[in-house]
Design a protein around this ligand. Structure first.
Ligand code: GRF
Length: 219
């Protein structure tokens, strides 16, 4: 039997590794957590491309440093959101991406992407959804006065930060917390949850029932 040795193939298996496309806009610390999980073998996948809507995103450098193709797609070069999203889809399809991971991607995901990757787009959000969707989730939690917030990884739907929840982790809010101190502790949970959620989704054996992400193997 001939074992494929092409990049993206596990040399000990004839099955190609699933291919991730990671979409970012900035720092890319969640991207880094995914890169590290792939490097350590926690995540059996290949990161096929990192797409950013911003040329100066630090995450593009993280991609380069890890030997992953960085791709800047500038929204200003497209007439509208629809055609920008179509260009993102085109880039992902050309690279045979199976699963799309939003990691601090600061744009709404429109129909072209949602239709091209149904239940195949994940996002990480810095609150316990459905509390505090949208921007500045950590500030919203502090200002609301909740005692516990956290991190959520969910499937992306047309409902902003409202898709089926895959994993969540709580973070206590301390009396002297600032947005920065709270964000730092939430981020630790994001970095732990995101690779694990990707692993679960790639593993299969799950379905979406109404709003719920249901694992067949779950107790
Ligand atoms: C994270 O807090 C993520 O939850 C939110 O944006 C931030 C991105 O951080 N959507 P990074 O770019 O992954 O460091």
């Amino acid at each position: 039997m001939t074992v494929p040795t092409k990049k993206g193939y596990d040399p000990f298996s004839v099955r190609p590794l699933p291919r991730l496309g990671v979409l970012i806009s900035g720092r890319g610390s969640n991207l880094q957590a995914i890169i590290d999980a792939v490097a350590s073998g926690q995540l059996q996948a290949t990161i096929a491309v990192v797409v950013s809507n911003r040329a100066d995103a630090q995450g593009l450098q993280r991609a380069r440093d890890a030997g992953i193709e960085p791709l800047h797609l500038c929204p200003r070069e497209y007439p509208d959101r629809q055609s920008y999203d179509a260009a993102v889809v085109d880039a992902l399809r050309k690279r045979d991406v199976d699963l799309v991971c939003l990691a601090g991607f600061m744009r709404l995901v429109g129909p072209p992407l949602l239709e091209a990757f149904p239940n195949r787009i994940l996002n990480v959000h810095p609150s316990l959804l459905p509390s505090f969707p949208g921007l500045d989730a950590q500030r919203q939690a502090l200002e609301h006065g909740v005692r516990v917030t956290g991190a959520t990884v969910h499937l992306v739907t047309s409902d902003l930060d409202g898709g089926p929840i895959i994993l969540q982790a709580p973070v206590d809010i301390l009396a002297d917390d600032t947005v920065d101190s709270l964000s730092a502790r939430v981020l630790i949970q994001e970095h732990r949850l995101y690779p694990e959620a990707i692993r679960m989704v790639l593993e299969g054996g799950w379905r979406v029932e109404g709003r719920r992400f249901v694992r067949s193997s779950a107790p």
